[in-house]
Design a protein around this ligand. Sequence first.
Ligand SMILES: NC(=O)c1ccc[n+]([C@@H]2O[C@H](COP(=O)([O-])OP(=O)(O)OC[C@H]3O[C@@H](n4cnc5c(N)ncnc54)[C@H](O)[C@@H]3O)[C@@H](O)[C@H]2O)c1
Length: 412
Amino acid sequence: MLKYILIGYGQRGRFYADCLRKLNRAEPAAVCDARQCKLDLAKRNLGLRDGQLYRDADALFAAGKIADLAIIASMDCAHYAQAVKALQLGYHLLLEKPIAQTERQCREIAALAKKLGRKVYVCHVLRYAPIYTSIKEMLAGGTFGDVVTITQTEHVGWWHQAHSYVRGNWRRSEESSPMIVAKCCHDLDLFAWLIGKKCDKVSSFGSLYYYNREHAPEGSGDYCYNCKLKDTCVYNCLNFYTKYPDFAFASGQYLGDGQDKQAIAECFSQESNPYARCVFKCDNDVVDHQVVNMLFEGGVTAQLTMTAFCEGGIRTIRIHATKGFIEASMLDNVIRYEIYGQEPQELHVAVGETFGGHGGGDEKLVEDVVNDLEGGRDSLCLTSIDRSVMSHLMGFAAEQSRVRGGKAVKIR
Ligand SMILES: NC(=O)c1ccc[n+]([C@@H]2O[C@H](COP(=O)([O-])OP(=O)(O)OC[C@H]3O[C@@H](n4cnc5c(N)ncnc54)[C@H](O)[C@@H]3O)[C@@H](O)[C@H]2O)c1
């Protein structure tokens, strides 16, 4: 049976481990997480021995190569060093996005993998989501002619923005990644994949419009638990985390099972808990809205809008081709399309039972990685690093353009 090591037993890491256990075709050799409470959880959930648990990735690497695959699901800032070390030791990688924090680091990982002959699967899970694989197949058939432009909207959502990008781990660009890379490398990757051409230039605008002191309501406190406005504020963390215990758990601050609402409320009433802060008084610096314009080889154009100001959790896409158009939403998994001059059609995409996210893409990626490493079964290898790195180059270029006031940046 395939063996893996897992670094970062957080939301994503736990998901991959659960997924592999369900498949029953891979077993953990070791788990590493910087926090002891996460290791305790891994020990319980995966039935590991103490000797298989590591607080420090260097200590795990010092044990040499003890498995086939290293799953890197730690925070963004740790990816580069851990990926390089794991590749050098002989591991293949399932590497969470973003690949790394800079363009140079992303290119270095890709080059190192190539030089050493290792496989690196990047977690661009949307390439496996049935709605996008269906669109890809429709375009490949040729009936729609040439794709000329694509527009996509990433509806981040007010609650997701507050959780991850205002109070949470991805709130500061330096410590994680620019939001257009952290959140939208998926979207940028879809453009590159569906268009199938090299992106030549990007330009971008965006800012942190709303989640700042300027918009703090008069009389608001620094923390929700003692704020006079908590009964009317939609961002009251006590309401949010008691209503959605999965997010309380995802914050890493609360480790209970979600049943005891009082325990959640207490956890989010501590000033030491960053998720207890007023959303208008955090130390966040990433944007809450951004647009990216892209020019691909041959004059094909694309445009992405990412916004916090919506209900959230969905992506919508519209593809304009010479003989027809396609539009789709991850909300209902319906693809609406029309060949010009013919009646509009609808395709209802089956996503089946999913226990992860991304419209079923998560599980399919994991299964494909196992198929590929085991050999003997068909695998698509849709997200190998050489195919995935372009999205990151586009994201870093978009950020560079945004910071320079929208000046177009060429991708080399
Ligand atoms: N593919 C996707 O769609 C997707 C979705 C969400 C997050 N992500 C990415 O996955 C990664 C993990 O995100 P998450 O939501 O699971 O976050 P998380 O905070 O739930 O989990 C991260 C875990 O890594 C541990 N950790 C952090 N730095 C470490 C280090 N240096 N060594 C060992 N352990 C370390 C933390 O203690 C935590 O348990 C991030 O890079 C994130 O950007 C990808």
